[in-house]
Design a protein around this ligand. Structure first.
Ligand SMILES: Nc1ncnc2c1ncn2[C@@H]1O[C@H](COP(=O)(O)OP(=O)(O)OP(=O)(O)O)[C@@H](O)[C@H]1O
Ligand SMILES: O=C(O)[C@H](O)COP(=O)(O)O
Length: 399
């Protein structure tokens, strides 16, 4: 990694710094319901403001597809940004043109200005030279602090870095450093836990991981597809029978690469997908025909926790069971707490990411104990899949 950071940025008083942040946060009834992403970018914004820069925030919100959509206005998010920063945040109703220019011309050193949703212009996602130039006209320096949007080659995540010196913000820096420790250049043994609903959404991920990690724990609904591919009857469990060949290929690739595959040996089964549904624990070879496995069982958890103990590095995406409904959260909670304890004891580097994974780790009460919990969804997955991230590559290339 060769990107520059805020440590390389000196004498920026009065400079117009375009800061790409991810303000794509959950909103309900016009109020931000989870401000984690705003909290993550606050240190970068405050550091630049304290150094006297004119801090101009660029962000998208939702997928308005190049149209102005009222309920995707970043004006909705501005009060939450002010609350997190505890500073006044100015707002301009367009991110380019006269509206943006006059708001920027009126800024004092240290001011913070939020520009309207970049995706209100078609040129953002298309990364057109015209739109990128219009954004670039308003800045002297580009800082990207939006790792979670770095898988997009958009004007504000990639294009701008061709126009001016580009730096990683503090969150981008922390994220990249954590990911480097997780899979880039990890201490071995490396164990990956992949769970969640379906194999179909994570084929590339599984194929990349078996080449990189020493052991791959497969849990959640996707484990059923692997069990079924080995001839086990999984009853009414969530299962993609049409992916049996894919699952067998992944198992063969793992064997070739010397990656141990850890599948559940027992499960908690129920006949209804609802909280506190009547349930029983059975061996995977004895799943009743009319039941579905909603969590991996205690013997499996013991195995998973054993692998966590052997690991020096753990990467995790996807819960081991239907953790949103009790008691099917038990395996996920136990493994998360075990990983957290190993991390606290200094024995493990633990990196977790993915929307539901973050929720699961927080549900287990250990979100703060992991080495790093990524707020990125798609970008985290694409990084784990070994795909290039345009927003990161351009930072590494920036002179
Ligand atoms: N055995 C199971 N049967 C059915 N659903 C399950 C099972 N185990 C886990 N799930 C479901 O998988 C979903 C989470 O999987 P997902 O792959 O979306 O996780 P993620 O990658 O962390 O999240 P995101 O896709 O939001 O970034 C949860 O809704 C959970 O209920
Ligand atoms: O929420 C996210 O994962 C990022 O903000 C990227 O959003 P997108 O998937 O709409 O590009």
């Amino acid at each position: 990694m060769t990107f520059k950071t805020l440590d390389d940025l000196n004498d920026i008083a009065g400079k117009r710094v375009l800061v790409r942040v991810d303000l794509n946060v959950p909103v309900s009834d016009g109020k931000v319901t989870d401000a984690t992403r705003i909290e993550r970018v606050a240190p970068t914004i405050l550091e630049l403001s304290d150094k006297g820069a004119k801090v101009i925030l660029l962000a998208h919100f939702g997928r308005p597809k190049g149209e102005v959509v009222a309920d995707m206005s970043l004006k909705t998010i501005a009060p939450a940004v002010e609350a997190v920063l505890d500073r006044r945040v100015l707002f301009a109703s367009d991110c380019i043109g006269d509206v943006a220019k006059s708001a920027i011309d009126a800024m004092q050193n240290g001011d913070i200005l939020l520009l309207e949703n970049t995706r209100f212009h078609k040129g953002e996602e298309k990364n057109t030279p015209e739109f990128t130039a219009a954004l670039a006209a308003n800045g002297d320096i580009f800082v990207n602090d939006a790792f979670s949007a770095a898988h997009r080659a958009h004007a504000s995540t990639e294009g701008l870095a061709h126009h001016m010196p580009a730096y990683a913000g503090r969150t981008m820096q922390a994220e990249l450093e954590a990911l480097e420790k997780g899979l880039g250049n990890p201490t071995r043994p490396v164990v990956a836990i992949v769970g969640g609903a379906k194999v179909s959404t994570k084929i590339d991920l599984l194929q990349n991981l078996v080449k990189k990690v020493d052991a791959l724990v497969i849990g959640g609904g996707m484990a059923n597809t692997f069990l079924a591919a080995q001839g086990i009857n999984v009853g009414k469990s969530l299962c993609e029978h049409d992916l049996a060949d894919t699952a067998r290929t992944i198992l063969a690739e793992a064997e070739k690469a010397g990656c141990a595959i850890v599948l559940p040996v027992d499960g908690v089964v129920a006949r209804e997908f609802k909280a506190n549904a009547a349930n029983e624990t059975v061996a995977v070879s004895a799943i009743p025909a009319d039941a579905m496995m909603l969590d991996v069982g205690p013997k499996s958890v013991e195995k998973v926790n054993g692998w966590i103990e052997k690991a020096a590095t753990l990467v995790w995406n996807g819960p081991l069971g239907a953790f949103e409904i009790e008691p099917f959260d038990k395996a996920t909670v136990s493994a998360a707490q075990h990983a957290a304890a190993q991390t606290r004891a200094g024995k493990l580097v633990s990196v977790a990411g993915g929307g539901d994974t973050v929720a699961a780790v927080n549900h287990a009460g250990v979100g703060d104990d992991f080495t790093y919990v990524s707020t990125a969804g798609g970008a985290f997955l694409e990084w784990m899949e070994g795909k290039p991230l345009p927003g990161v590559d351009i930072l590494n290339a920036s002179k």
